[in-house]
Ligand binder design. Structure first.
Ligand SMILES: [Zn+2]
Length: 491
């Protein structure tokens, strides 16, 4: 059986034995298979997918409400856009029972104009002005002062709301409050305004700030929290006394005390400079304190600050001037090449300006003398000293004591013979303008030193958070008022 099947050639080569029975059977097989293939050919017509959501007008509207539709195309997207037919409009809108607002007194503004802007009625403005005017002058209120107002319920539609409360900080230590008392609890009408003065306790311990000078004195002080205006005052004050560029080192410590006020309600206010100092190695090097009505700064020794110009070499009247005169001891006329000051023995003689001691010791008829080169070709010599306070080669500062009045050398009695040389030639010391430095003495000096000691007892404060005057909101008991932000006015 298997042998016979093997002989049946189902797919003969149709190019061989054409016309034979074997060829015809192969031809028939091919045509039969072709017909079978054509009979089983699949249908190739298109098939459409069915919609996931039915496209009805309801569904369309739902989808449209959820998209963002440009205004130009109607902008009608969003659910529940308008009232339905069930909504009925009110005849009148209910008013807020009270309005809480804040008004600010502007520059070139008046108290009454500000209240009128806030919507206070003319009669209430008159009452409030009279009440506040009784406590302080209305023109004393600082521009920028913020006032909290509460306006009550209107007595009639269209009428002005009555002023219920007006509260403001009149001064740093005083809060004024005008409130309506005795009003009808039901309607809130009637009653009269009365003033309450609320004194705020203020601690005015001065503020002390210390810190290292570093690469920039200005920046170091600002970083320590000292207000810019006080830093400038400090630098200006010190500059009158010392050479800031040369005499202050990076490792020095600045020491500054300023007037400062802290209110119990939390506000702080920085005032003016009281003390300006520079310390080196823990010891004060320069100490200046404000003193007196003019607010001038004085050194710790009680001498007023002043750097420019020359100062008098000694405290005393001129007894003999520069020029030709009869010498009191030698008896003949000769040039008096200096100026004499009468002073008691032991009176300190100071350097008229910064300089270097170029001579110190006995100098013939001049007696014990000190010669100072002040730079710029100017030299001075102080004669007849009883004692010297400096040595040759030493740097002296303006006002520094270089010796004491005496009567050494050719002298008739204790006085200072003072000579001045410009480029080696004697000049009249009277031709030079001297600046007089205010100096404290007696009881005033004692008081000054006492205050300096007291002031320096102030402990340096920590870095300051904020020195700009700031009015903080004071917590108030809860009231049933709606706060409306939109009515807050900022002028
Ligand atoms: Zn003389």
């Amino acid at each position: 059986m298997s042998d016979r099947l093997a002989h049946i050639d189902l797919a003969p080569d149709l190019a061989e034995n054409i016309g034979s029975l074997h060829w015809f059977r192969g031809m028939l097989t091919m045509l039969g298979l072709g017909a079978l293939a054509l009979a089983l050919w699949p249908d190739m017509s298109t098939a459409s997918a069915s919609a996931a959501m039915p496209d009805t007008p309801d569904v369309h509207g739902e989808l449209r409400s959820q998209m963002i539709m440009p205004l130009a195309l109607g902008g009608d997207s969003g659910r529940r856009m308008g009232p339905t037919a069930f909504v009925k409009p009110l005849k009148s809108a209910p008013e807020r029972p009270q309005i809480e607002l804040m008004a600010t007194l502007a520059e070139d503004d008046s108290f009454s104009r500000m209240l009128r802007r806030a919507g206070v009625s003319a009669s209430d403005i008159g009452d409030v002005s009279a009440l506040v005017g009784g406590a302080m002058s209305l023109s004393e209120i600082e521009p920028g002062t913020q006032m909290d107002l509460i306006l009550g319920r209107r007595p009639a539609p269209g009428a002005a709301r009555p002023l219920d409360v007006l509260k403001f900080r009149a001064r740093f230590d005083l809060e004024l409050k005008v409130a309506r008392n005795g009003a009808d609890p039901e309607t809130g009408q009637g009653g009269s305004l009365s003033l309450v003065r609320n004194f705020i306790r203020v601690d005015d311990t001065p503020l002390r700030v210390r810190g290292e000078v570093g690469s920039s004195l200005y920046r170091s002080m600002r970083a320590a929290g000292v207000p810019a205006s006080v830093v400038q005052e400090y630098l200006r004050t010190l500059d009158n006394q010392i050479d800031l560029d040369r005499e202050v080192r990076e490792s020095d410590t600045f020491d500054i005390i300023l007037s400062y006020r802290r209110a119990e309600t939390g506000e702080r206010q920085a005032g003016k400079l009281l003390y300006a100092g520079v310390d080196r190695d823990g010891k004060p090097r320069t100490q200046l304190m404000r003193w007196g009505e003019k607010g001038q700064f004085f050194e710790a020794s009680g001498v007023g600050e002043q750097r420019r110009g020359l100062i008098q070499p000694v405290n005393g009247p001129i007894s003999s001037r520069y020029g030709m005169r009869r010498h009191p001891i030698l008896g003949y006329r000769r040039m008096h090449a200096g100026q004499d000051y009468r002073a008691r023995s032991g009176t300190p003689i100071v350097a008229v300006s910064d300089g270097r001691v170029v001579g110190a010791g006995r100098m013939g008829g001049c007696g014990i003398a000190v010669r100072v080169n002040h730079g710029g070709g100017l030299e001075t010599r102080s004669c007849h000293m009883s004692r010297m306070a400096v040595r040759r080669g030493e740097q002296v500062r303006r006002g520094q004591v270089i010796g004491y009045v005496g009567s050494t050398g050719l002298s008739t009695g204790p006085h200072l013979h003072f000579e001045m040389y410009r480029n080696g030639r004697a000049v009249n010391p009277a031709s030079v303008r001297y600046v007089t430095r205010a100096a404290l003495s007696g009881v005033e000096l004692l008081k000054f030193k006492e205050q300096l000691t007291t002031l320096k007892l102030v402990e340096p404060g920590a870095a300051l958070e904020d020195l700009t005057p700031k009015v903080e909101q004071v917590e108030e008991p809860a009231r049933e008022i709606e706060k409306i932000n939109s009515t807050k006015r900022v002028d």
